[in-house]
Design a protein around this ligand. Structure first.
Ligand SMILES: NC(=O)C1=CN([C@@H]2O[C@H](COP(=O)(O)OP(=O)(O)OC[C@H]3O[C@@H](n4cnc5c(N)ncnc54)[C@H](OP(=O)(O)O)[C@@H]3O)[C@@H](O)[C@H]2O)C=CC1
Ligand SMILES: O=C1O[C@H](COP(=O)(O)O)[C@@H](O)[C@H](O)[C@H]1O
Length: 491
């Protein structure tokens, strides 16, 4: 592997004793090391308040890797690149010591003064940290400095603007890497290729041939240990503002004129700009919310949302959202993009269905109800691949037809590809490729769109719970499509 592809850097992780670092970041860095994408020229500085030592951090890193991947004999050598500093981000005196440690490691590991500051901490600290990194000269090195920001990026447009202003006072837009881990998923990245590298699809990819698009991201898990965060967020902030709208933008965008970060992001921005704002008076015609009650998942009885933790009692937070989006541009006028996401649903799966217009008359099916429009299904997870649903002659039945599927498996091993997504995004950040990170304009437009919905819902108490755990959400989500003559496809 050439040096160009083996970026050198010191990676500083704020919040190194936390859950994200343990479950996602350490295993991702190890996988990059194992695959040769990073060489020996790297060091990781872990920061958090608890009084760990280098050895304690290294032991924790080792354990987290053993839990996530099958380590090889290089694990000990790998963890020797990790250093720990007990650090309170609100305490000014911590930052000078950090500067000294980084400089020492840059000398020892010859990292050319390239620095990544990964903020794996609660969002209320993001602004302070960015500010201190500037004030104490940590971001000003002879190499490059990049800031990776975890979600949530604010809780509404106002707070997101404030945060962005704080970040931009210290870092340039091209130094800020806002993570949306769905953009690191293999099949989410594949949307663009499937669309623009195939003549047959691109000709049909518009309102003349597509009747509707459905994006579903369903989870079987409940809120787990994240009740405090989740209850102030809800499914709209947690999944729609970011992952769901990003997938819609990729499905609807125009072909970029070049495969550059700016061109691709600017096409996505145009889609988000064209989203028709929801009129609060008509919200029920466009958006549906839900909260799970008791039910069964995988044969096990699971509690209702409000019984998952003490602080959730009487909660009015939505754990499910379904919506109909309209994109007011030449290509998509009149085509509904339906989205649906929720916790404690029947299956863990993310899938996109593109439904094409049906044929004008039925000659090949005895009953109209057996007809099947052509569908293109993009399976994001746990299976990765695409399925094209066509109609073909039914064997031995005169000229009658039956639905058939052409299926392509992109990855023969099904699984939830979140660790791989983090690995890809971390590497992209190291090589300075921000294409699969969200630009501020995308974040702002997405917040503007969802804010109307969140505000409207926060004014009215919902009749929760309204769906059973283990189902696919409230009936109103089915009615949303039925009103337009469609239904959710579950292929
Ligand atoms: N966990 C996940 O799967 C995901 C997390 N995220 C986001 O990632 C970020 C981190 O989440 P997560 O790891 O779950 O959170 P945790 O609560 O597990 O970790 C928080 C970290 O911050 C440290 N910390 C808290 N206060 C301070 C302080 N004043 N100074 C220095 N360190 C401090 C804690 O360590 P200590 O107590 O030792 O100081 C700990 O290391 C959040 O923004 C979250 O929304 C996003 C997607 C998924
Ligand atoms: O960002 C988030 O995503 C996860 C779902 O991610 P996936 O990669 O497992 O599909 C979700 O569980 C979480 O609530 C949300 O914060």
């Amino acid at each position: 592997m050439s040096n160009e592809l083996q970026p050198k850097s010191v990676i500083v992780i704020f919040g190194a004793t936390g859950d994200l670092a343990k479950r996602k970041l350490f295993p991702s860095i190890y996988r990059l090391y194992q695959s040769g994408k990073i060489s020996e020229n790297f060091a990781v500085v872990g920061l958090a308040r608890r009084p760990w030592t280098d050895e304690v951090l290294r032991e924790n890193v080792s354990n987290s890797i053993k839990e996530a991947v099958s380590p090889k004999e290089d694990l000990e050598e790998f963890v020797s690149h990790f250093y720990y500093q007990s650090f309170d981000v609100t305490d000014d005196s911590s930052y000078s010591g950090l500067n000294a440690l980084i400089k020492e490691l840059e000398g020892a590991y010859e990292t050319e003064e390239n620095r990544i500051f990964y903020l794996a901490m609660a969002p209320e600290f993001f602004g302070t940290i960015a500010n201190k990194l500037q004030e104490y000269g940590l971001k000003d090195s002879a190499g490059w400095s990049r800031l990776v920001i975890e979600k949530p990026f604010g809780i509404d447009i106002k707070s997101a603007r404030k945060l962005n202003k704080q970040l931009r006072a210290a870092f340039d837009e091209d130094q800020i890497y806002r993570i949306d881990h769905y953009l690191g998923k293999e099949m989410v990245q594949n949307i663009e290729v499937i669309r623009f590298a195939n003549g047959i699809f691109e000709h049909l990819w518009n309102n003349r041939f597509i009747s509707n698009v459905q994006v579903t991201s369903s989870e079987t898990l409940g809120v787990e240990e994240r009740a405090r965060y989740y209850d102030t967020s809800g499914a709209t902030r947690d999944m729609v503002q970011n992952h769901m709208l990003q997938m819609v933008a990729l499905l609807a965008m125009e072909p970029p004129i070049k495969l550059t970060t700016d061109e691709i992001r600017s096409e996505k921005i145009k889609v988000l700009r064209a989203l028709r704002p929801i009129n609060p008076k008509e919200i029920d015609n466009f958006f549906v919310r839900g909260q799970y009650g008791v039910g069964k998942i995988g044969g096990e009885t699971v509690p209702a949302y409000v019984d998952e933790a003490d602080e959730l009692e009487n909660s009015n937070t939505e754990t499910f959202v379904a919506g109909k989006l309209l994109i007011d541009n030449y290509r998509w006028a009149g085509v509904p993009f339906y989205i649906r996401t929720g916790k404690r649903l029947a299956e863990k799966s993310t899938k996109i269905v593109i439904e094409f217009n049906d044929i004008p008359m039925n000659l090949y099916y005895k009953k109209d109800k057996d007809r099947h429009p052509n569908l293109l299904i993009i399976n994001i997870q746990p299976n990765e691949g695409i399925t094209l649903c066509l109609n073909a002659k039914k064997s031995g039945s005169g000229s009658l037809a039956e639905p058939i599927q052409l299926a392509y498996n992109h990855n023969p091993v099904p699984g939830i590809n979140t660790p791989e997504a983090y690995e890809k995004l971390l590497y992209d950040c190291m090589i300075g490729d921000a294409t699969n990170f969200t630009h501020w304009d995308e974040v702002a437009l997405s917040w503007k769109f969802v804010d109307t919905i969140i505000n409207e819902w926060s004014n009215k108490t919902a009749d929760f719970p309204n769906y059973r755990s283990g189902s696919m959400g409230p009936e109103a989500a089915d009615e949303l499509l039925a009103k337009d003559g469609f239904h959710w496809w579950s292929i």
